[in-house]
Design a protein around this ligand. Sequence first.
Ligand SMILES: [Zn+2]
Length: 347
Amino acid sequence: MTGVLNGAFETIGFDALDGRRLLLHRLQPRSGVNELGPVLMIAGTSVRAGIFSPPLPRTLPRMLSDEGYDVWLLDWRASIDLPATDFTLDDAAVYDHPAAVATICAVTKRDRIKAIVHCQGSTSFMMSIVSGLLPQVSTVVSNSVALHPHVPKLMWVKMPLAMAALRPFVTELNAQWGLHAPGAVPKLLNFAMRAVHHECNNSVCKMSSFMYGTGFPTLWRHENLTDATHEWLKGEVAQAPMSFFLQIQESIEAGELVSSDRHRDVLPATFTSKPPQTDARFAFVTGERNATFLPSGMAKTFEFFDAYEHGRHSFRVLPDYGHLDVFLGKNAATEVFPMIIDELGKD
Ligand SMILES: [Zn+2]
């Protein structure tokens, strides 16, 4: 657990449905009340649950808690605070998210919960919920990408080349290689990153841009971060396994999420071939200047849901925001979080 999560959070260990040990972090309410019920927040890959708590005066978990929500952050199997594993998004969809939701419902004695999901926390959660594995979830705010990962054109060239070149030699990519590169391939990537990226002096920021796209930077807009948050990110981004990158590459090529062959008994090959098996309301959100996943993908997922229940779900593009700065931005507490809280309250 990070220093940022410190004593304000109670950490609860639980087992995923395959027995893997995961962590939930429950924010202790300042007011002593959390009558609006539980909200589960799920981050992407290469980070930890604490990514939602940057060094800013007002964070989304705290604002939700002050509003009256019972806030839970999840370290799923992608978390850099848990032992590294060759996971796929399906593993999280089948084993992690159903267990996390069941644990929260059991502890809080509630039968309905809400969720805020980001990036690969969102893709894996969407796989799970449209397959009928999360019947307790009533409202979902999904940021950046959901069922349709659309990426900038240059990634269509870069990603297959990178996968073909790297897969025989490494089991993961790691943004910390920007600081410490153990072995020949990490050193080579570090060298390439330094040759291409000159946008800032944070080697982890630059390596994460190299890993996740073609932006300068890719995962956030520098203009939206405080210097303290930019520096803090140096310790917050690390590894993701090649098994994950392979699945997301196949999904990008298909234009929508595809399951790997690990869970064909539970998950469909693709997730839009039949109506979503959920009664949840969805608010899809993304940054207009998202350099990781294009807003066109989120629009497509919204259209999929809207076709089944016209007018119930929402889709918003946030001007001047990128990918993760939706949660980390210096002005997000006034420009983004009130909208998320409003969306959560619509049911
Ligand atoms: Zn940077």
